[in-house]
Design a protein around this ligand. Structure first.
Ligand SMILES: Nc1ncnc2c1ncn2[C@@H]1O[C@H](COP(=O)(O)OP(=O)(O)O)[C@@H](O)[C@H]1O
Ligand SMILES: [Mg+2]
Length: 241
């Protein structure tokens, strides 16, 4: 049986008085990777911000494990079990890797911070011998691991990731996506926005295409990869995936 973790129903949200996303519906089940793709400016980041209480909500409903979180404050969402990795500035460059991970416990201390950290270092073994290094000295991929690791330090049920592979080389992109599969398999649901759409759909249990702030297509990652129209318009060409 699947368990609904996040249910965004007909949500309109934006900044000031202006709705950017309109009547958007998205859901994420337990232990699922759900990917949002779509053109630049479609409202993908705005959707993640709406879930994380970072902008103006106009209408609709958002529930997290059955509780309404519509208009909830970010500071209250972290203790409930949601954490987020923003698109940029997602590590503290002058802090060590270890300190960055510790920052992840401030808003919602996990039951056993040391055990949680040990578990995260099992998932991201590359970070183990870099704990004392400044995060700013790491490669882009390693910084991304630190950012995701920090988000996991509060023991969330759901993490929101805005373009976790932006700027990474194709080889590193695969590394990060493999890690996200492991994070999912460890019991955490993932809602992520991605520009590397083809690869992101390959690891997605379910996916949505947003266009002009509205739901345009949805289906399993495999279904969207096989859809001619989606391929032509959003995956850079009509060839077989
Ligand atoms: N803080 C903001 N204030 C006002 N408008 C914004 C803000 N952030 C984004 N927008 C506008 O919202 C629209 C969607 O942006 P965004 O959600 O960042 O798109 P995407 O992530 O899909 O590229 C854009 O037109 C952008 O200019
Ligand atoms: Mg964005």
């Amino acid at each position: 049986m699947t368990e609904l973790v996040l249910d965004v129903r007909a949500v309109s949200a934006g900044y000031g008085k202006m709705p950017i996303i309109k009547d958007i519906s998205v859901h994420v089940d337990h232990q699922q990777i759900v990917t949002i793709i779509g053109p630049n400016g479609a409202g993908k980041s705005t959707l993640l911000k709406a879930v994380f209480g970072l902008n103006q909500h106009f209408s609709g409903e958002i529930t997290f494990v059955g509780m309404s979180i519509f208009n909830a404050r970010t500071a209250d969402l972290v203790p409930l079990g949601i954490s987020a990795v923003p698109q940029t500035h997602n590590v503290f460059s002058s802090l060590s890797v270890d300190e960055n991970l510790d920052v992840g416990t401030f808003a919602a201390p996990p039951r056993d911070a040391e055990a949680t950290k040990a578990h995260i270092l099992e998932l991201f073994p590359d970070l183990k011998d870099k704990l004392k290094q400044q995060a700013g000295q790491l490669s882009g991929g390693q910084r991304q691991m630190v950012a995701v690791g920090r988000a996991l330090m509060s023991d969330p049920k759901l993490i929101l990731l805005d373009e976790p592979t932006a700027g990474l080389s194709p080889a590193y992109l695969e590394v990060i996506f493999d890690l996200l599969l492991q994070v999912r398999d460890s019991g955490v649901s993932i809602l992520m926005v991605e520009q590397n759409a083809k690869q992101a759909l390959q690891i997605a249990d379910y996916a949505y295409v947003l266009v002009n702030g509205e739901n345009a297509y949805e289906g399993t990652g495999a279904e969207l990869l096989a859809d001619d129209e989606v391929r032509r318009s959003f995956l850079g060409g009509g060839g077989a995936p």
